[in-house]
Write a protein that binds this ligand. Structure first.
Ligand code: ATP
Length: 219
């Protein structure tokens, strides 16, 4: 057993951060006994660019994460120029934490399904474990090429991720919350309030969700 506490990251656009992200990250922290960092993407390579600017998304994340110690923010993708490749993020974390500490890439089932299109995706397993988070509307098992790559790596106990620094795949069933940033942006664009879908801190400062209001208008 590795005595070092695992480090796990959840990357995303967080456009905006919502309860689905936070609860999944929290449950991963508990189930994996890991330090969890949320890593906002600067220029996501595989999807449309975020509506809110990087600084706006960071302000929302900071407000969401205030007052608790389990989840933190890692801004390395915003500090790097060019596309936010997960491979580069994991390589930079690996260089910092050394070869032995377990590193875990957390990703929802929807994000995992697209993994074979990611930059240097097979090499991700040299750098980190993959923990697939269940998400309503996105069925597991993982499709085709990915199933073949991950099958020999599968472990069924979270503790197995602490026994090596990288290379294993674990599926974590988190509380199913059918919440998406897309849905929240749609509510705001129509003048609604996404109460109980986002942390209260995002609603108590009217400036935070402003980038999404009147989306149908001039943005
Ligand atoms: P959008 O609707 O804009 O595509 P999103 O809600 O999927 O956004 P992202 O920032 O793209 O949010 O997600 C970051 C990571 O969090 C991804 O790995 C995604 O699968 C995961 N995730 C997001 N929402 C949930 C949820 N409700 N349950 C489990 N995982 C989630």
């Amino acid at each position: 057993m590795n005595a070092m506490r695992s480090l796990a990251i959840l990357g995303g656009t967080f456009d905006p951060v919502h309860i689905g992200h936070l609860r999944a990250a929290w449950e991963a922290s508990e189930a994996l006994d890991a330090e969890v960092r949320l890593v906002p993407a600067g220029v996501p390579p595989h999807r449309p660019q975020p509506v809110a600017k990087a600084a706006e998304r960071v302000a929302m994340l900071r407000a969401a994460l205030a007052g608790q110690a389990c989840l933190s923010l890692d801004l390395r993708e915003l500090e790097r120029a060019g596309p936010s490749y997960t491979f580069d993020t994991l390589a930079s974390l690996r260089a910092q934490i050394g070869a032995q500490r377990p590193l875990i890439l957390l990703a929802g089932a929807d994000a995992c399904a697209g993994l074979p299109t990611w930059h240097r995706w097979r090499e991700l397993f040299d750098l980190a474990h993959l923990c697939v988070l269940t998400r309503p509307g996105h069925a597991l098992p993982l499709p085709g090429e990915l199933a073949a790559e991950t099958a020999p790596r599968r472990v069924t106990a979270a503790a197995a991720l602490r026994e090596s620094p990288a290379g294993r795949v674990y599926e974590l069933a988190v509380t199913p919350l059918e919440i998406s940033a897309t849905g929240i942006r749609a509510i705001l664009a129509e003048g609604g309030e996404p109460r109980w879908l986002v942390p209260d801190a995002l609603l108590s400062d009217p400036a935070l969700l402003k980038p999404y209001r009147h989306l149908a208008g001039d943005r």
